[in-house]
Design a binder for this molecule. Sequence first.
Ligand code: C5P
Length: 403
Amino acid sequence: MSLHNKFIIVGVTGGIAAYKAAYLVRALKKQGADVQVIMTEAAKSFITELTMQALSGHPVLSETLKPQSNSGIEHIEMATKADAIIIAPATANTLARIRAGMANDLLTAIVLAATCPIYVAPAMNENMWKNPITQDNLKALQNYGFKVISPETGFQACGATGPGRMAEPEHIVDYLVRQLNYRPLAGKKVVITAGPTKEAIDPVRFISNHSSGKMGYAIADAASNLGAEVVLISGPVRIPAPTSVKLVNVISAEDMLSATESHIPHCDIFISCAAVADFRCKNISEQKIKKTGDTDSMTIELVKNPDILSTVGHLSNRPGLVVGFAAETQNVEENALKKLKSKNADMIIANNVSDKSVGFNSDNNSITIYSTTREPANYINTPKNELGYVIMNHCLSQLDNNV
Ligand code: C5P
C-alpha cells in the first residue's frame, strides 16, 4: 500500500463531479492513506456527509470554529499535519477564492495554513474552464506551487462535450502515489541562487536587471518536492518562496557570494540561476548624487563583481554538480559551451533572452541544456515550473553518472 502512513486531506467543493470524490476517497484508503474529508457548504448539495464519513472513516469537517472542537484551531493543526491536500472536484469559485487568499470556510483556511503540497483537480463547464479568468487563477496558483491535475475532455453533465471533466479518481491516485513517494533527492543538499542583484549607486539609486526570479524559484520548488534540503539565495524579487525551502535574502553580488560561501559546505548540487550584475560602482556615494546645471553627462566608474558560479566551480571541495545559466542574446550555443569550460561547470542551461515571449519575467522559458556528459537537450516554450523538474531530473542523472 503505497500511501501507508500518509495523512491526506480531500477537499470536496460544490460541483456535479463531487460524486467522483467518493471513488477518490475509497481509492486513497485502499492505498493505505488516512483520509480526512473537508466539504464546502455547496458540496453538501451534491453528495452527503454520511457517504464521505463512511468511506473515509472520519466525520466530515466543514466549519472553521466549532464550540465542541478541542482547541478552536483545528484548521491550523490539520494543515500542518497533512502530507498532501487534494481538492477534487475544485470548482472555478473555490479556485478563485484560494487565488484571492480567502479563508472564509474550513477548506480555504486549511489551504492557506498548509505547508504540504496542494493538488487541485478542477471540474467545471467547458466555457468556465476556458474563461481567461479561470486560466489566470490556475496559472497564479501554479506559480504559488499548487499542482493542477488537468481535467479531461469528454461528455459533461451540462450536455457540452469539451475540456472540464474532473480527472478520473484512479488517475489522481496514481499521480499522488508517484508524487508522494518519489523523493530521489532525499538526503541531498541543493543551493540555488535566483533573481537579480542590485548594485547601489547612491542611497536611492541602483543598477539591476529584469530577472523576476521565477526560474530559480521553480527549480527550488522542484528540488524540495523531490526531497532535497534546499537553500534559496535570492536577490530582490516580488514572488513568494516555496515554504519548504530555506530562503536567504540578499541584495548585491557581494552579499550573494558571501551567502553562497557560507551555505556551500556539504552541498551536493549548486545551481547558479541568479542574474548577477557583472559590475558594481567603484565608489557608492554616501549622499544622493545631485544633478548640476553645468554638465549634461555623468560618469560612474564600475568595477567587476566576483563571479559566484566560477568561484564555486573552482573550489577544491566543490559540490558534486555545479550548474550555471547563460542568458544570451546571440551565439547562444558557442557562449554556453565556453561557460561550461571557463566556469568549470558540469551543466550550462542556455536561454535566448532576446526572445521576448519567453525568458525574463515570463512564466515560460525555452532552454537548451548543455552538459559535460550528454547531448544538448531542448525544451521549447515550457512553463518554468515544469522546467524546474526537468532541470532537477537532468541533475539527478548527471550526478549518478559522476559517481
Ligand atoms: O558570465 P555570465 O554572467 O554570462 O554567466 C552566467 C552564469 O554565471 C549564471 O549562472 C550566473 O548565475 C552566473 N554568474 C555568477 N556571478 C556573476 C555573474 C554570473 O554567478 N558575477
